[in-house]
Design a protein around this ligand. Structure first.
Ligand SMILES: Cc1ncc(COP(=O)(O)O)c(C=O)c1O
Length: 380
């Protein structure tokens, strides 16, 4: 827990069976990757989402790196990414030599603005990486139509959106590949972890190889070859079965966890709605055709001064709130790729004003009452 705060921003929460399952892994004697709990997690996700193949990874960052390897991203290729995202969405492709082309976001959902997509496409564009911010789906119909027309791969960065839906279909099931995060701040966690969702079966065999240090060890374990060897480039992207055991306990409790998170989200929304309207603060917008994943709750303050006042007032009351994300096109790395102020005006404006409130599965309504009361005291 963050020291000095009576209400932290995040707190890891047990769903129930985590420690029992970890004990089983130790007793059974297979604690490295691809053990029984890794297979259970993968199968659960494949069946729940209807995805042909899911591979657990050590993080969403690593799942994104695998996606870049699988798409054979090379120096000179361009990848269209929102500037409003976590570093890894972009860095994974830059590692392979790609040039990031930053796209601005929509002012409502803060997802990439699909109306700006087509003009950024060039003959070098190899991939589009939509991020479903806060687990609210991007305009996937438009994005997929444009990508298919130009024969460009779509990799969904679904770090926030597990079990969210767009027009009734699960997020993470639209692009040829999609990535999940099980980092401790996510709805379902094992501390650090992730998954690659493979929707296009042509990538399955190579994905197994890339994840296992470039070897065909997965085929060897299935008895399909009599020895395993080095067949491609790759790295070590598979998590220990101890982590998978922890994660399985969380995933099997997914309905209870989502019910809790929905209650927390709705409580914030109901109790802040009038105050927000009176004070020129905007609450999250979820379009009617999106079922969100209840990953986070944010306020869009009127300006930077108001946000700074709010964060410091909450801090004085022992409550940790945080902002999200700094514009990547204006970061030192983004500037190296030619990013400059004014490239993504909506993103630049929003990143000064957004504040995220504490949100974790065991956050109580009493804690939320304290947070809401403290918010309503702030003057700017
Ligand atoms: C949109 C997005 N993508 C990727 C990541 C990276 O996830 P991980 O920490 O599992 O590597 C994050 C982390 O929070 C994220 O918010």
């Amino acid at each position: 827990m963050e020291r000095g705060y009576s209400i932290p921003f995040n707190r890891p929460c047990l769903a129930g069976n985590e420690l029992q399952y970890i004990t089983q892994v130790i007793e059974y004697g297979h604690a490295s990757g691809d053990g029984a709990y890794t297979r259970k997690c993968q199968l659960l996700l494949e069946q729940a989402l209807g995805v042909p193949r899911v591979l657990l990874t050590t993080s969403c960052t690593h799942a994104l790196e695998m996606a870049a390897l699988l798409l054979d991203i090379r120096p000179g290729d361009e990848v269209i990414v929102p500037s409003f995202t976590f570093v890894s969405t972009v860095n994974a492709f830059v590692l392979r030599g790609a040039r990031p082309i930053f796209i601005d976001i929509r002012p409502d959902t803060l997802n990439l603005d699909e109306t700006r997509l087509e003009r950024l496409i060039t003959p070098r564009t190899k991939a589009i990486v939509p991020v479903h911010y806060a687990g609210v789906g991007c305009e996937l119909d438009a994005i997929m139509e444009i990508a298919e027309r130009h024969d460009i791969a779509v990799v969904e960065d679904n770090a926030h959106g597990l079990f969210g839906k767009y027009k009734g279909k699960y997020l993470g099931t639209f692009g040829c590949l999609a990535t999940q995060s099980f980092h401790e701040t996510k709805n379902f966690t094992c501390g650090e972890g992730g998954a690659l969702l493979i929707n296009d079966p042509q990538y399955i065999e190579r994905a197994e190889i890339v994840r296992e240090k470039g070897t065909n060890r997965s085929r060897f374990f299935r008895g399909e070859v009599d020895k395993y060897t080095w067949v491609d480039i790759g790295s070590s992207y598979l998590p220990s079965d101890i982590l998978a055991a922890f994660l399985y306990a969380q995933l099997e409790a997914r309905e209870q966890i989502q019910v809790k998170r929905r209650r927390i989200w709705e409580y914030y929304y109901e109790h802040l709605r009038d105050w927000a309207q009176e004070h020129g603060v905007r609450l999250p917008i979820v379009p009617a055709d999106c079922e969100q994943s209840y990953h986070l709750f944010y306020l869009l303050m009127p300006d930077l001064k108001a946000r700074t006042r709010l964060i410091s007032h909450l801090k004085e009351r022992g409550i940790l709130s945080v902002f999200h994300y700094l514009p990547l096109h204006l970061s030192p790395m983004g500037e190296r790729f030619g990013g400059k102020p004014g490239d993504c005006p909506v993103m630049e404006d929003i990143s000064d004003r957004l504040v995220r409130l504490p949100f974790y599965n065991d956050l109580t309504h009493e804690d939320q009452d304290q947070i809401i009361e403290a918010i309503q005291e702030v003057r700017w």
